[in-house]
Design a protein around this ligand. Structure first.
Ligand code: UD1
Length: 340
């Protein structure tokens, strides 16, 4: 199938484009490089053996997007293009609502206009807030959002639920990502934080590479076995492959599946300390770190029950935390010294 991948130069988007091509689909990547670099597209073309097309465009630019859809005739859309930094969203809420909600509305209107049947929306486990029970299932309650970023994901989901209620002739899937880490095994593509990373694993790999002085572990007094916060880390290629399964499932399913929600996690919680120890083991590098206060807005522990994705999509993670950290480290070593 011809699949439009918005934000396809970004971290999850680029790996999904690679996985789509690997499965025989044709990715139509759309990105404006506001959170990536053009060399990622060159490398993606190498990985996809040239079987993809690329358009530089802002998804909020309706006319430009309409031109791309007319030319490329996609049969499905995977919509990654969005801002994702919690702290930044608190400082710049309008920017987050305009970009994340605005681009979704533009895409859904174009989807309707061009009769594109399949739609995949990137959501996040942030919609669960501080969960009452672990692991979280798709029916765990959605809590009041802790940040404008979190609220943009809840609003996005609600828009798709409302379209379903209105019996719109479209099939959609909402994927709630836990913590994607790692990189493609070729080390040609990976996570490319511009400036100081906010997320744990790029901070670890940049510290190991000597770009950052030390990692600060945010909080050691959580009610967890070792006192540090617990997350469900998932290899980005496992996550990417779930998108390929989701597109196939939308195309196969007889009934008008719509706004179906899936958790995408490894189903296993790891503490920050465990991630650091595993990284040291796989890289052979002793990490410089210290403990600092808790980061505002962080939840103590969250991990997924991903049984629904396993049963319905026939998907399961294939890679371990060690695999993901090894791949992230290879990628970091490979881009070290590049002007990024
Ligand atoms: C956050 C968002 C998530 C979003 C993701 C991508 C929430 C609750 N989570 O995930 O929705 O999709 O970012 O940007 O809104 N840590 C350190 N030191 C660091 C960095 C992180 O100790 O320098 C710790 C954090 O406190 C946390 C864990 O590492 O316990 C993971 O942090 P991070 O990688 O930033 O992801 P989340 O905050 O879980």
């Amino acid at each position: 199938m011809r699949i439009a991948v918005t934000g396809g130069a970004g971290f999850i988007g680029s790996h999904t484009a690679a996985a789509l091509a690997e499965a025989g689909h044709y990715p139509i990547v759309i990105d404006d490089f506001r959170n990536s670099k053009p060399f990622i597209i060159d490398r993606l073309k190498t990985l996809c053996k040239g079987k993809l097309s690329f358009h530089e465009a802002d998804c909020n630019d309706r006319d430009k997007m309409a031109g791309i859809f007319e030319k490329e005739q996609p049969e499905g859309i995977i919509h990654f293009a969005a801002y994702k930094a919690v702290g930044e969203s608190v400082r710049h809420p309008l920017m987050y609502y305009r970009n994340n909600v605005g681009s979704l509305l533009t895409l859904l209107e174009l989807q309707k206009h061009y009769g594109i049947e399949h739609f995949v929306f990137s959501s996040s486990c942030t919609v669960y807030g501080v969960p009452d029970e672990l692991p979280v299932t798709e029916s765990s309650p959605v809590k009041k959002a802790q940040s404008p970023y979190g609220f943009t994901k809840q609003v996005g989901e609600q828009i798709l639920f409302d379209l379903q209620s209105a019996s719109t002739p479209m099939r959609s899937v909402i994927l709630r990502y836990f913590n994607p880490i790692g990189a493609h095994s070729s080390a040609l593509i990976g996570e490319l934080p511009l400036g100081e990373p906010e997320n744990l694993v790029p901070y670890i790999t940049q510290t190991a590479a000597g770009i950052r002085k030390e990692l600060t572990i945010f909080g050691q007094d959580y009610e967890t076995p070792d006192g540090t916060a617990i997350r469900d880390y998932i290899h980005v290629m496992d996550l990417a492959e779930a998108h390929v399964r989701a597109i196939a499932w939308l195309a196969e399913s007889e009934e008008k599946a719509s706004a179906e929600v899936f958790n995408l996690g490894a189903g296993r919680g790891s503490s920050v300390k465990e991630v650091v120890a595993t990284f040291e083991e796989v890289s052979g590098v002793k990490l410089n770190y210290r403990y600092g206060p808790r980061r505002p807005g962080d939840v103590p522990a969250i991990y997924a029950n991903a049984d629904k994705a396993r049963k319905v999509l026939g998907w399961a993670v294939q890679r371990t935390l060690s695999d993901a950290l090894r791949d992230a480290w290879h990628w970091q070593q490979q881009i070290h010294g590049l002007p990024v």
